[in-house]
Write a protein of this length. Structure first.
Length: 76
């Protein structure tokens, strides 16, 4: 199976001309993109900050709960 992968493509070098696959133009055609944050850098940053704040708040609350739990266990 690996041998078939190695022989599937052949490298072609010619110093006189650039070798380009004639079917490459079909692959180059731009396809529609549905990324809503593609050009909206402010929205991307705002979203990342919101994710960071959510995780940071969760971490801080778990840290505080852990400290309280150790104090309660020490008291009991």
């Amino acid at each position: 199976m690996r041998e078939k992968d190695q022989t599937r493509f052949v490298t072609e070098v010619d110093s006189d001309r650039v070798v380009v696959d004639t079917n490459a133009q079909q692959d180059i055609v731009a396809r529609p993109k549905w990324d809503s944050f593609e050009n909206n850098h402010f929205a991307m940053r705002k979203r990342l900050i919101a994710i960071f704040l959510k995780v940071a708040n969760l971490f801080i609350s778990r840290l505080r709960a852990g400290k309280r739990l150790t104090k309660i266990k020490a008291w009991i």
